[in-house]
Ligand binder design. Structure first.
Ligand code: MGD
Ligand code: MGD
Ligand code: MO
Length: 750
């Protein structure tokens, strides 16, 4: 059976739909519905490549029917954060939000309104567009810039390649002889559905696989021939030392560098220490990274002499202070070995999100049918920023925008602190901001200072507790949408499985209700279906013109359209095969190891060539005396960020814990399973210890996304990593989730 809406013999209807819960995946679901209720969820069993769902999708019934779902609109009656709410009607909810939007706009100006919608479901219609359109029609708002996930990577790609569409399809891994999984654990932190499937095939085909990570990850255990532990925040040093070995042994692909790149000589001078008297030798890197000099030398030779080789650069080191440099260095190394634009190689750009077919395509690409908006009046007249390159595009470049991680700082400091406005009203959708942003306790302080907060939610998250009005939004099982993804490209329909539960509404319905209450009558004249038809057609025109099976009607039936996979897509193949007719979209038309644009900024923290810059809260920071352990905060198998943390089946499967090395645990009298207090000056959290040799000494891991759960003393008992993290942003906006010092001790209840 491969079509939607078919009846089975048990009077069940099977709905084909697609899950894309901001988990990096996107998979096909076969939802069994009986008497208007979902009774079972299965996944793809059709043609290869199958897009098979993981544990989170298979547990989705518990999320859909969770007893703690928000069922109707509510207004706050207790203090902010106390969690006391009272049921109200949708009319009252809409008119309260409308009144506050108008009051704040008219009193303080539209820039004092911040609207942020994260991804949650990576869809096209029920996402950021509906409120964006409304707010633009109502006078504008302050938007945010920057990707939580990989702003460091995007910056580096734009500075070096002039674009951030740098990924090949994963089936090309089968052509690699060597795969370096640098901070890459796609068996857990999903980077497109099916990536492990292709890694397994690459391994069977004989590729050698090396993992470079502070943790012996599940992907390393399954696929790698070698694990090289490395201290967080030090990756650029190791990459640069590998460049030292390649240069001093003359192993670089000089013909490639001469033809396709600019500025290699300047990088070489830095690497050899001609500029600063400090050669960046493997011994230099060993002292910084903890990786052995001999290992660095051997890997450098191996990478330079095994062709084709794929350096897959994970984005977690890009989420550290100066993470931009790590990505710039990785691209440079890929150029030095001539692995760019060839089958089995890799661009050295970030490990996912840079797929022309999945990362940006349906959500940001300006296809015709998307819900548009007039220009945001708040952005008129602001100069472009000086901390992100032109190629990063207008989405990031207006200086009225606030960085995505900086709402708290902006609210607390406002104009007096150098921000473009004083901020009074916050409208949030698709985000558990307080839990997910760095420095949870500071976010709470800022949220208390605002005049009005509206939150669209499905659950009573910590962020929801700070709302004045709570708007219950439905799940993708209760509405239709359009999405895309895959290790090899597809796009597909999210098909509604059941009617909206309780009084919940879709994003479009909520924005339409507020628009009406604001008196904006021309907000929307299309139904959900009309929008989606237009979106599919606009999208087809760009990506799948006239391709059979890619039209709206067929998609509604099959849910998925798979692009033909006869040949892997290789990023930058065109440029490498025919540079004259296909220059890189950089000012020089080449790969810019040296960027004149960056040179013109004259900012030592964003140098024109990749450099190793020591982080704050690193191992050499004086603070390390008091807080000697480095924190990483990985993406958890049982969650998508904070989503699914409340789902009983998943909680039972993998309890939240802090991973700590056996030696560090012994030194602190900690045994496996003991409750420990993890703390620094910003916060503290109590959770069980997982004592293991699968993390290097000196580093601990708290998987991000566990729900903040403070006691009356303000100590978190949920295992929320962000009570510890620092909300400083890297110079070009990298979100520093992995740059934090802390201490761990056995928890003794006082
Ligand atoms: N299951 C699941 N999958 C997800 C998500 C999820 O929430 N759940 N979220 C999705 C999203 S939106 C994103 S952005 C991605 C995130 O994808 P990633 O950033 O790749 O995921 P992480 O798990 O944070 O980190 C991957 C590995 O990097 C290592 N690491 C951390 N810091 C450093 C460092 O400084 N140097 C080195 N060498 N290694 C380091 C970690 O130990 C970990 O093994 O995942 C996506 N996939
Ligand atoms: N310490 C640390 N912090 C991190 C990270 C890290 O690695 N370490 N990673 C960062 C990254 S890469 C990311 S992308 C962010 C993610 O940060 P967020 O995008 O804020 O994370 P989510 O937990 O997915 O929050 C989505 C919320 O929206 C609600 N919601 C409202 N409407 C809808 C809807 O229509 N559909 C769905 N599905 N949910 C809805 C969900 O219930 C949920 O509470 O976290 C960042 N935070
Ligand atoms: Mo992310």
């Amino acid at each position: 059976m491969s079509e939607n809406n078919q009846q089975t013999e048990n009077n069940e209807t099977v709905i084909y739909t697609v899950c894309n819960s901001h988990c990096g995946g996107a998979c096909l679901l076969r939802v069994h519905v009986k008497d208007g209720a979902v009774i079972r969820i299965e996944t793809d069993d059709g043609e290869e490549p199958q897009f098979r769902a993981c544990l989170r999708c298979r547990a989705y019934r518990q999320r859909l029917y969770a007893p703690d779902r928000l069922k109707y609109p509510m207004k706050r009656v207790g203090a902010r954060g106390e969690g006391k709410f009272e049921r109200i009607s949708w009319d009252e909810a809409f008119s309260t939000v409308a009144k506050e939007l108008i009051r704040v706009r008219d009193t303080y100006g539209p820039a004092s309104i911040i609207y942020f919608c994260s991804l949650a479901d990576v869809h096209t219609l029920h996402t950021m567009a509906p409120m964006h359109r409304l707010l633009c029609m109502a006078g504008g708002y302050t938007p945010l810039w920057g990707f939580f996930s990989y702003e460091g990577g995007v910056f580096a790609e734009c500075a070096t390649y002039g674009t951030h569409m740098t990924n090949s399809t994963r089936d090309d891994l089968l052509n690699s002889r060597l795969i370096i999984m640098w901070a890459w654990d796609p068996a857990v932190s999903i980077h497109r559905c099916n990536t492990p499937y292709y890694l397994a095939q690459a391994k069977e085909a004989g590729a050698r696989i090396i993992a470079i990570d502070p943790r012996y990850t599940d992907s390393a255990a399954t696929f790698a021939d070698e694990w090289v532990p490395i201290y967080p925040c030090t990756d650029a040093a190791m990459l640069i030392a590998m460049a030292y070995v390649i240069i001093t042994e003359n192993l670089q692909d000089q013909a490639f560098l001469d033809k396709y790149t600019v500025g290699f000589e300047k990088f070489r001078d830095y690497v050899l220490g001609i500029d600063d008297g400090k050669p960046k030798t493997p011994a230099w890197a060993e002292a910084i990274t903890g990786a052995k000099a001999a290992t660095i030398e051997r890997l450098a030779r191996e990478y330079a002499t095994t062709k084709p080789a794929a350096l897959i650069t994970g984005i977690a080191p890009g989420r550290t202070a100066y993470g931009e440099q790590y990505h710039r260095a990785a691209i440079t190394l890929s150029a030095m070995t001539g692995n760019i634009g060839i089958s089995g190689g890799s661009s050295g750009g970030r490990s996912w999100g840079g797929e022309y077919w999945g990362g940006e395509m349906p959500f940001l690409a300006r296809t015709k049918g998307r819900m548009g908006a007039p220009r945001n009046p708040v952005e008129e007249g602001w100069p472009t920023r000086r901390d992100t390159v032109k190629a990063r595009g207008s989405k990031a470049n207006s200086s009225v925008k606030i960085n995505v991680g900086q709402i708290a700082d902006a609210v607390l400091k406002g104009k007096a602190g150098g921000y473009p406005a004083d901020y009074k009203l916050l409208y949030l959708a698709n985000t558990n901001y307080v839990n997910q942003v760095l420095n949870t306790n500071k976010a709470i302080e800022a949220f208390k200072a605002l005049e009005f907060i509206a939150v669209q939610e499905q659950f009573m998250t910590v962020t929801a507790k700070y709302a004045d009005i709570l708007l219950p939004v439905n799940t993708y099982f209760e509405r239709n949408d359009f999405t895309s993804g895959g290790a090899t490209p597809w796009y597909g329909m999210v098909n509604k499985s059941v009617e909206p539960l309780y009084e919940s509404k879709s994003h479009l319905e909520i924005a339409s209700g507020i628009a009406k209450a604001m008196g904006i009558d021309d907000y929307n004249d299309k139904t959900e279906e009309e929008w989606l038809k237009g979106i599919v057609e606009g999208f087809r025109e760009v990506f799948a013109k006239d391709r059979e099976g890619s039209d709206y009607e067929t998609l509604k039936k099959k849910a998925l359209y798979r692009f033909p996979t006869d040949e892997p897509y290789v990023a930058f193949k065109e440029q490498i095969e025919d540079l004259e007719n296909h220059p890189f979209p950089t000012p020089s038309g080449k790969i810019e190891i040296y960027s004149q644009e960056l040179a013109d900024w004259d900012n030592p923290q964003l140098p024109p060539i990749p450099k190793y810059i020591e982080v704050w809260e690193g191992r050499n920071d004086p603070l390390a005396k008091k807080y000697p352990l480095q924190l990483v905060t990985t993406h958890a198998r049982r969650r998508a960020h904070s989503q699914f943390d409340n789902i009983p089946w998943l909680r039972e499967l993998i309890p939240q814990s802090v991973q700590i090395n056996t030696a560090d645990a012994q030194a602190r009298g900690i045994s496996n399973g003991d409750l420990v207090r993890v703390y620094n000056d910003r916060g503290q959290t109590v959770l069980p210890a997982e004592v293991t040799q699968r993390i290097m000494p000196g580093v601990v891991n708290i998987p991000q996304g566990a729900w903040y759960d403070p006691d009356e003393k303000g100590i978190d008992h949920g295992g929320c990593a962000n009570v510890l993290t620092k909300d400083a942003k890297s110079p070009a906006g990298a979100f520093c989730t992995n740059t934090t010092l802390l201490q761990v001790e056995k928890w003794v209840e006082k």
